[in-house]
Design a protein around this ligand. Structure first.
Ligand SMILES: Cc1cc2nc3c(=O)[nH]c(=O)nc-3n(C[C@H](O)[C@H](O)[C@H](O)COP(=O)(O)OP(=O)(O)OC[C@H]3O[C@@H](n4cnc5c(N)ncnc54)[C@H](O)[C@@H]3O)c2cc1C
Length: 492
């Protein structure tokens, strides 16, 4: 195990924080960790690396990082932390958006990134991954054996972090949400035991983790069903730009295609770009058909008929797809430690009036603050077939068929002084747009949501699902050890 003796001497018998002592760590935790685990204190470079996050906002605060290398390391750390009443939080991809994370103070980070293996079982067509693997690593591993599964669009997110909320992505028309492919998990509970969790071992917890899984434990590994790749894993990807004056034509096309319903192989992103190829604001549309190019031509023609102001297309393999679309947007989204505010709403349709209002406001914002803040509205339209085929009551993810499109309002900047201005502006847009989603109540994908800003009902439903989650929480985590992402018992 890596351990800095120099720092150990400097800190020995010294309070690391008001909450725990380094000597407690040396005596009570380090002897229990495996030889490949590492401990980092705030002055270590490893601490800085582990602390990287997608957004500087709502940062959790840590006094110690345990970079785990085995399930037993996770168990030992959870047992140590609970015995000493120290807050802890697992970290995988570091892309968590919840405001609740800022309530995590003086804590131990359980850095899961050492658990990034992927083992494919040919007999069952299942892949078992470590609890810290990223989306990009999992895509690479499954692609290497000619398999596919629904995966998030950003390769730097943690697979388990994404899975816990449901997991949406381009292939969900064929394979459902990521949770719909989950076979079982190894899961460490607040009482410090590791269990095999599946529909037989604890059906109620199995229901809850698939849509609210950050609240009950830490997955050290997860097994997913994977599938033969369609078209040998080759996808047809198109990026187009439209002028702002073409907005309503673009909305007509996207609504018409989604109402068909959307072809199970097609995913569409519509994004406002402050500086497009024209040098000014444009609407970018990303069209990915997960199958042969020839099969996509009819669907693409609807867009070509609008005469996009720019067009580029390519056939790409699944593992390179995240990096070769949307003008390299994912390289930006994988760059950590910028300020990023995010709000999200699901919608039933692209409402012309609502989107026009948003985009008018956006153009004014870009004019005033574009030099300092990159403001994007991102709309995701994914196919729904395999998602709605699953019984909505079988998982805690509530919005099957009721989140036809996801709207994400996101700002990126490096000067933290803009954070209040940006957040106020974004919140106002979210409130305006909430009148235009086409749903009577607010529907928010828990993992895209803003933590405490959203109600529990926004996230999990208005028909008793929240009470069911609270009951479950009282049983498996009554002291709220896994409250970092959301404090469920606050809604009791
Ligand atoms: C740029 C970007 C793109 C995104 N794209 C998608 C997408 O395409 N599809 C989609 O569904 N979502 C997407 N999301 C949302 C994403 O699902 C959430 O942000 C998710 O919380 C990220 O998980 P993480 O592991 O990267 O983050 P982290 O901050 O590491 O973790 C988030 C939460 O999950 C918990 N957690 C992490 N690992 C584990 C584990 N092994 N066991 C238990 N709990 C764990 C953490 O403790 C924390 O509470 C995106 C988010 C961003 C910022």
């Amino acid at each position: 195990m890596y351990f800095s003796t120099l720092l150990a001497t400097a800190y020995a018998f010294t309070a690391v924080s008001g909450h725990f002592m380094k000597r407690q760590v040396e005596a009570g935790l380090i002897p229990l960790l495996s030889s490949n685990a590492s401990i980092y204190y705030p002055m270590d470079s490893g601490f800085t690396v582990s602390s990287e996050r997608f957004t500087e906002l709502n940062r959790p605060d840590f006094q110690l990082v345990v970079h785990v290398a085995s399930e037993d390391d996770v168990v030992a750390t959870v047992q140590f932390a609970t015995a000493n009443n120290i807050t802890f939080l697992a970290k995988s991809g570091g892309h968590g958006l919840s405001t609740s994370l800022s309530r995590v103070r003086n804590a131990i980070m359980i850095d899961m990134r050492g658990l990034n293996y992927a083992r494919y079982d040919n007999a069952t067509s299942q892949v078992t991954v470590g609890g810290g693997i990223t989306t990009g690593e999992m895509i690479n591993a499954t692609h290497a054996v000619g398999k596919e599964i629904t995966a998030g669009s950003c390769p730097c997110t943690g697979v388990l972090g994404v899975t816990m909320g449901g997991g949406v992505g381009r292939l969900m028309g064929r394979h459902g949400l990521i949770i719909d492919n989950l076979v079982e998990m190894r899961y460490v509970l607040a009482n410090g035991t590791a269990i095999t969790l599946n529909n037989q071992t604890d059906p109620e917890l199995w229901w809850g983790v698939r849509g609210a899984g950050q609240n009950f434990g830490i997955a050290t590994s997860a097994t997913y069903q994977v599938y033969d790749q369609v078209n040998n894993g080759m996808h047809y990807a198109v990026d187009m730009e439209f002028s702002m004056s073409q907005l309503h034509d673009a909305l007509d096309v996207i609504n018409a295609q989604a109402d068909e319903p959307l072809d199970e192989n097609l995913a569409l992103f519509l994004v406002t770009v402050p500086v497009g190829s024209t040098g000014g604001p444009v609407i970018a549309v990303n069209f990915v058909y997960s199958g042969p190019q020839a099969d996509a031509e009819g669907l693409l023609q609807d867009w070509l008929d609008l005469n996009p102001i720019s067009f580029s297309d390519r056939v790409v393999s699944w593992d390179s797809l995240p990096w070769r679309v949307q003008a390299g947007l994912n390289s930006e989204l994988c760059t950590p430690n910028k300020y990023r505010n995010s709000y999200s709403l699901a919608m039933d349709t692209y409402n012309h009036e609502g989107i026009q209002r948003l985009f008018d406001n956006w153009e004014r914002f870009v004019e005033s603050y574009g030099a300092n803040v990159t403001m994007n509205f991102i709309f995701e339209t994914f196919p729904q077939q395999a998602v709605v085929a699953v019984d909505v009551d079988s998982t805690a993810y509530r919005w099957r068929g009721q989140s036809k499109h996801f709207g994400i309002f996101q700002a990126t900047y490096t000067d933290g002084r803009f954070s209040t201005l940006v957040d106020d502006w974004l919140m106002e847009q979210e409130k305006i747009f909430n009148n235009y989603t086409g749903y009577d109540e607010k529907h928010v994908y828990y993992n895209y949501g803003k933590g405490t800003y959203n109600t529990a009902e926004d996230s999990w439903g208005y028909e008793g699902q929240v009470q069911r989650l609270i009951q479950l929480k009282r049983r498996v985590d009554p002291e709220g050890r896994f409250d970092g992402f959301r404090q469920l018992l606050d809604y009791a």
